[in-house]
Design a protein around this ligand. Structure first.
Ligand SMILES: Cc1cc2nc3c(=O)[nH]c(=O)nc-3n(C[C@H](O)[C@H](O)[C@H](O)COP(=O)(O)OP(=O)(O)OC[C@H]3O[C@@H](n4cnc5c(N)ncnc54)[C@H](O)[C@@H]3O)c2cc1C
Length: 491
């Protein structure tokens, strides 16, 4: 007989869990506090502009292919992908811009130009990265991280050293490359994982395989198209998606959860999967006797960064920008210290600018550009009055100077978003944007567990549990947790 499951949160992880369980015969209700699904990947429209609110880099296309294939579907049933070439640009200074090409030959040439002879090392580096991707993304991340025995087969044990779990990304890159620009290019992708290259295991050079080999893609219409595709799929499978339903309490009478209570309704459940920010799900929705972790446990976790974001509508065409642009014209190390070691508002922040209208005019009225600026920041920073404007001006001064044009006077729409918005919209712990950092001491079994040890039928999914932050890991997290539910609450 079918079992009733309630999934909390319609982000990537919640939608993924709900779809896998509905496919396998569970009766699934998905409760979302906001008025549209997508979580951090929501979109909004204003004055003719359509903004993706969070993720903008479509990496690891194979993970999305695999996801839809699980349901007998293809990505192209839901959205159209284009590979970007150049993939992105890095501004190191006014006359020093590096465009990262999509093709192998052009990439090797770029390395040779910056460091003669380095293409041989790039080849070695990328072969290792491909192996790590193969084992890491096809095997490790699908492990629920509930027992050390999951890692006890010989292929995995043997691969631990080859995967370089115990050396850092920073030393790995520096052994092979000397040119500081190439080092920054190779170290930047691990910033997505929420920690410095010094603190990130070298296994994560798998991200360089994702970046430089698998490439940067774009779903026509914006990243929200992925969410729209996942929502249609979930509905086709029979998931009952309820928006504007903020869960206030998970009712656990005697060791098992019985129902989920929102401001207006109650939903009975035989299994519950909590897909909102783990800290909020645990510390706010459960009584203390049902929590696995304490506030002091959470306080000691290394959170991935937060961000200050600006969504801008510009009423003219901009020069010298690609779709994705990284501004590394200030000291990379210092900004990392300001985020990870001594959390402060950075004096000279690095930033990222995304101009989707360079690829897809649908994001803005004719002749206009859609511009999204992101400044990574430490979580838990206090916002003083006027601080957002101060950073807007810091970043705009540099953007205008480095791209050689005025921009501010053509901004016709502007919205900012930072810590307090993440907290208000998603109950994000310390205002984090990207969940929990993927440091060595927060990997696999060492992450907050995806199954409660106190409440028999309660599971967790999303970017604060296994396998970690990012869109592809969140999709996988949903699949993995659905697998655990099926093992323990079979129908
Ligand atoms: C600015 C930004 C840029 C990013 N860029 C990239 C990128 O380029 N590429 C990439 O791969 N990743 C990127 N990420 C990370 C990626 O977006 C996230 O890892 C992913 O979206 C997390 O999905 P999730 O389902 O775990 O969480 P969420 O998206 O946060 O979903 C959780 C859902 O739970 C809901 N919820 C919370 N509490 C309750 C409650 N009490 N009741 C009901 N519902 C509740 C929330 O409203 C939310 O919808 C970015 C993130 C941000 C913020």
């Amino acid at each position: 007989m079918s079992k009733k499951v309630v999934v909390i949160g319609a982000g990537f992880a919640g939608l993924s869990t709900a779809s896998f369980l509905a496919r396998d015969g569970y009766q699934v209700t998905l409760l979302e506090k906001n008025s549209i699904p997508g979580g951090r990947a929501r979109k909004f429209e204003a004055e003719g502009f359509t903004f993706d609110m969070g993720p903008s880099w479509y990496w690891m296309p194979d993970v999305f292919d695999k996801y839809f294939a699980e349901f007998g579907k293809k990505v192209s049933d839901y959205y159209e992908l284009t590979r970007l070439d150049p993939a992105y640009s890095i501004f190191f200074g006014k006359d020093e811009v590096m465009n990262i090409p999509a093709g192998k030959k052009a990439l090797y040439d770029l390395f040779e130009q910056h460091e003669p002879g380095s293409s041989k090392n790039l080849d070695k580096f990328l072969k290792e990265a491909a192996y790590k991707y193969e084992v890491g993304i096809n095997e490790f991340v699908y492990k629920p991280g509930r027992s050390i025995m999951e890692f006890a087969d010989t292929r995995v044990l043997k691969s631990l050293f080859r995967l370089q779990m115990f050396s850092s990304m920073s030393s790995h890159v520096r052994k092979l490359f000397k040119n500081p620009r190439l080092i920054e290019l190779l170290e930047f992708p691990v910033l997505f994982l929420g920690a410095t290259p010094e603190k990130t295991p070298a296994m994560y050079s798998l991200m360089n395989h994702a970046d430089l080999v698998l490439g940067t893609w774009y779903p026509k219409g914006g990243m929200h198209k992925i969410i729209e595709g996942m929502v249609s799929l979930a509905e086709e499978l029979g998931v009952d998606i309820r928006l504007n339903q903020e869960v206030k309490h998970i009712f656990v009478p005697n060791g098992s959860a019985k129902k989920v209570i929102t401001a207006t309704d109650e939903f009975e459940a035989e299994v519950i999967v909590a897909g909102g920010d783990y800290h909020h799900m645990e510390q706010q929705l459960l009584e203390p006797r049902c929590r696995m972790y304490t506030e002091s446990y959470w306080d000691k976790r290394v959170m991935a960064p937060s961000s200050l974001l600006f969504y801008l509508g510009v009423n003219k065409k901009l020069n010298n920008l690609l779709h994705h642009n990284l501004f590394f014209d200030e000291d990379f190390k210092q900004h990392a210290v300001d985020i990870y070691e001594k959390p402060i508002w950075p004096e000279k922040p690095l930033f990222y600018a995304c101009c989707t209208t360079k690829t897809d005019p649908s994001g803005a009225p004719e002749g206009c550009e859609n511009l999204f600026l992101l400044i990574p920041l430490a979580p838990n920073l206090k916002e003083e009055d006027g601080i957002r404007e101060k950073y807007y001006n810091i970043v705009m001064d540099r953007l205008e100077d480095l791209t050689g044009q005025s921009i501010r006077d053509s901004v016709v729409y502007k919205r900012s978003y930072a810590h307090s918005d993440f907290e208000q919209d998603y109950h994000a712990y310390k205002g984090n944007a990207y969940g929990l950092a993927n440091t060595l001491t927060q990997t696999a079994l060492l992450k907050p567990s995806l199954k409660s040890k106190k409440v028999k039928n309660l599971y967790f999914t999303g970017q604060l549990t296994t396998p970690g932050p990012g869109v592809p890991p969140s999709l996988i997290s949903g699949q993995v947790v659905a697998g655990e539910v099926k093992k323990e609450f079979a129908i």
